[in-house]
Write a protein that binds this ligand. Structure first.
Ligand SMILES: Cc1ncc(COP(=O)(O)O)c(C=O)c1O
Length: 482
């Protein structure tokens, strides 16, 4: 496909602007002379339909949840009902200015207050903030709250945080950003946390433990209550990474498992198309003893039912983001919860788990499934044997899947499984789609044996074939004019 610059023809234009009559409108009248362009900008010249067609075609070449099955493990790429999009686009929300006087913005504040309450109820927490703009920022917020509580109660910070070796990379990164030193806890062969290893690390220097449940290999940590009791016994606090809430929402609550702090990825479990960097929202919930440390501004609920915002919170960890975070994502989540109700949310979780177990069962006779037990909303397969036998690696299979019309699952994560694919088929996928995906993976395994170069050179059918990843990383040049 041609670049838009290659389609350009001199003099071709989309709109004719009237000539400028305002004598001072020329940039040379109001910009410093050294900043005025001497030559016209080298922009492409096309008419309007050409521009529209170019970008429409480009968008059609994308892999997206609206066009392809997208089983990206840990990322929960779920179908987003159009209704939630419509809600976020309602004029009253979309045109609201963040500096609007709270007195004139009671509607959005009421929505936020209700969403905080619903998230508290779903997670078994006592209070929520909607401020963090992503899961990782929620983790930073939560770990800062944990440390603020230790400093307030004990007069000094606690240096260590415990994190299972299967954890998502943002967990140790957020803990380090909050000034803590990470200690890694081993996993057992069944994928769950090794409690004996945990015990070796527990003492009064431990600020807390970060976990997700089900964990990143898709296995439910059945001894979670025992783990929480052990951490609490040394004064540590439990942090729940809610990125995997899609498996348990409406069925189990982190608060009941012993967690003190939780973040929820609204953009995974509660609608909002995400990927490519945003937009996201990672609200943080806490048990009541940690409520004073939540970030500002906080919503204040008055007796007459009105709402306002306050920054007068002496123990707060401070401000995390401009204004109230990504409120549009909160509107989508609100609409999503309203649309499904508790019963619907519970059913979505059950279907997500059912879909993952169906696929796992379809694939287990063909691939190594390192944790063969009943899984939650995602599961891992390892291609280490196939790589040894054929030279075809997980990354090659992922690229070849694109030729079959599927977005690849997450590859090479979690780190504890060699040559792995982490597969998460969300609740809205039909059995026919799951079967087609399983058949594609099985077919690619056959190709790896009979024609490995076909898999190693994939993709063959996309506009861009395989990149030289080394050069792309070290000599990147994305400018058209060099
Ligand atoms: C397990 C887990 N934790 C945390 C995150 C971070 O969330 P975000 O991408 O919104 O920062 C992710 C993201 O994929 C995740 O999978």
């Amino acid at each position: 496909m041609e670049l838009i610059f290659e389609k350009s023809a001199p003099g071709r234009i989309g709109v004719s602007l009237p000539p400028t009559f305002e004598p001072n409108a020329e940039p040379s009248h109001w910009l410093p002379p050294n900043m005025v362009r001497q030559e016209p900008a080298p922009l492409p010249e096309l008419n309007e339909p050409e521009v529209v067609r170019h970008f429409t075609r480009l968008s059609q070449r994308n892999f997206s949840i609206d066009t392809h099955f997208y089983p990206l493990g840990s990322c929960t790429m779920k179908y987003n009902p159009r209704l939630t999009e419509n809600a976020a686009r309602l004029d009253g929300f979309a045109w609201l200015h963040p500096l609007q006087d709270p007195e004139d913005a009671q509607g959005i504040l009421a929505l936020m207050a209700r969403l905080e309450d619903w998230l508290s109820a779903l997670c078994g927490m006592d209070a929520f903030t909607l401020n963090p703009a992503a899961g990782a920022q929620g983790e930073f917020c939560g770990m800062s709250i944990i440390q603020a509580a230790h400093v307030h109660r004990e007069g000094k910070p606690r240096p260590y945080v415990l994190i299972p070796e299967s954890a998502h990379g943002t967990n140790p990164a957020s803990a380090a950003l909050s000034g803590m030193i990470v200690k890694t806890i081993r996993a057992l062969p069944d994928g769950t946390t090794d409690i004996e290893d945990l015990k070796k690390h527990l003492d009064h220097r431990v600020a807390g433990m970060m976990m997700t449940n089900p964990n990143t290999v898709g296995v439910f940590e059945s001894r979670i209550v025992e783990i929480a009791e052990l951490v609490h016994a040394v004064g540590g606090l439990m942090y729940y990474d809610g990125a995997n809430l899609n498996a348990i929402a409406g069925l189990a609550r982190p608060g009941d498992m012993g967690f003190d702090v939780v973040h929820v990825n609204l953009h995974k479990t509660f609608s909002t198309p995400h990927g490519g960097g945003g937009p996201g929202s990672g609200p943080v919930g806490v048990k009541s003893h940690l409520e004073p440390y939540l970030p500002i501004p906080r919503l204040v609920r008055h007796e007459d039912g009105s709402l306002s915002l306050t920054e007068d919170r002496p123990l707060s960890i401070g401000r995390l983001s401009a204004f109230q975070g990504n409120v549009g994502v909160a509107v989508r989540a609100f609409a999503y919860i309203l649309l499904h109700g508790l019963e619907g949310i519970r059913r979505n979780s059950q279907l997500a788990v059912l879909n993952a177990n169906y696929l796992r069962t379809r694939l287990r006779d063909h691939f190594t499934v390192p944790f063969p037990q009943y899984c939650a909303h995602e599961f891992v397969i390892s291609l280490a044997d196939l790589a040894r036998e054929t030279g075809v690696k997980a990354g090659d299979v992922a690229k070849r899947l694109l030729d079959y019309g599927f977005h690849a699952p997450t590859v090479y994560f979690p780190l504890i499984v060699p040559e792995c694919l982490l597969i998460e088929p969300t609740e809205t996928e039909s059995r026919a789609t799951l079967d087609a995906f399983a058949n594609a993976l099985i077919a690619i395994k056959g190709e790896a044996r009979t024609d490995p170069e076909k898999v190693k050179g994939a993709p063959w059918t996309l506009p861009v074939s395989r990149l030289d990843e080394y050069r792309a990383a070290t000599q990147m040049d994305v400018s058209y004019f060099g």
